[in-house]
Design a protein around this ligand. Structure first.
Ligand SMILES: Cc1cc2nc3c(=O)[nH]c(=O)nc-3n(C[C@H](O)[C@H](O)[C@H](O)COP(=O)(O)O)c2cc1C
Length: 308
């Protein structure tokens, strides 16, 4: 997630366990091909086998509408160390969409095929190329055309965020449509959108029939969830987290950060998501922190007030 799941957060998620892989924040291919050094800077895991220091595989996500520049950028990513490329056809940000990227391509299905095909042909066959799509620009049934187009272009799997662009992040998600697509295409489909707790996960699995799931915001709002889901799927074990132990989680993230003055902003982004979508109780107090020390002092005060 752009601005949130940077290398430090990915390292933490690898440490906590539960995920099989992470996808980088999107890297936008606009008027120029992205050089390898940009990929190494934005996805430093590429320097160590495309894995976090905690062992979680990381895929590189690119976004853009020009097939040639996307293909050349994907190749540069592979030369920089990427071993999987994901293409973003879901981003709803107006600046991105105005500049021919993300969800705007959902309005021209052939262009989805052309971008995927150009990237697929540019990178070695052993490097999987996947596509992340919303269900449509305006209407969810647009995916019935767009998904086969991405597959025709050579996508090895699809990740479907079960909303349209016009919905932005508003409910409801349409998991049933994800299930229709899963039955229609010959590649794996990863279900995504509004899996906030184990109950949601179970319903999503039932409705979509999918075996693969992408968890976004809930990984921060409810950090126990990825591990719970992994266990339910019979996958790798995750560290047992105590949902109340936010301080230990924050300290574990800080350990992976560069300790710049921006680190406190990362923590504030995290607590905002946890406040909006989880059960984090101290957002209003902690959002005033301007330094890490202040953040942790305020956190201990709140915690002591609660237990005292
Ligand atoms: C702040 C923010 C940034 C995001 N950035 C990206 C991104 O860079 N690439 C991407 O594929 N999806 C991005 N997404 C979308 C999420 O990956 C996911 O599809 C969406 O949040 C729905 O899943 P969730 O309900 O599990 O969060 C972003 C979402 C948010 C809220």
């Amino acid at each position: 997630m752009d601005g949130i799941t940077d290398a430090a957060m990915r390292a933490l998620m690898g440490e906590l366990g539960g995920f099989s892989y992470a996808v980088s924040e999107f890297l936008r291919v606009s008027v120029a091909v992205l050089p390898a050094k940009v990929f190494r800077r934005e996805v430093p895991e590429l320097l160590s086998g495309a894995r976090t220091p905690t062992g979680l595989p990381v895929q590189v996500q690119i976004l853009g509408g020009d097939p040639d520049r996307m293909a050349a950028s994907a190749l540069a990513a592979v030369r920089a160390g990427a071993n999987a490329i994901d293409i973003n056809f879901g981003c709803p940000a107006p600046t991105v969409n105005r500049n021919d990227g993300g969800a705007s391509l959902l309005r021209t299905p052939c262009r989805i095929r052309d971008v995927v095909r150009a990237v697929r042909e540019a990178v070695p066959t052993e490097v999987p190329v996947s596509a992340k799509l919303r269900l449509g620009w305006e209407s969810t049934d647009e995916i019935l055309v767009n998904a086969p187009m991405a597959v025709e272009g050579g996508a090895n799997w699809l990740t479907l965020h079960a909303r349209t662009r016009m919905q932005s992040y508003r409910p409801p998600v349409d998991w049933a449509m994800v299930g229709r697509v899963r039955q229609m295409v010959q590649v794996p489909v990863v279900a995504n959108g509004d899996i906030w707790n184990l109950e949601d996960f179970r319903r999503c699995r039932e409705v979509t029939g999918c075996q693969h799931f992408m968890i976004g915001r809930a990984a921060l709002a409810n950090p126990r969830l990825p591990g719970q889901i992994a266990r339910e799927l019979g996958l790798n074990s995750a560290s047992q987290l105590d949902s109340a132990d936010w301080e230990s989680l924050f300290r574990r993230l800080v350990k992976w950060c560069d300790q710049s003055p921006h680190t406190v902003l990362k923590l504030k982004q995290w607590i905002k998501l946890a406040h909006l979508h989880g059960d984090f109780p101290w957002f209003d107090r902690l959002k005033t922190a301007t330094t890490l020390d202040e953040f942790f002092d305020l956190l201990s005060e709140q915690f002591l007030a609660k237990v005292g």
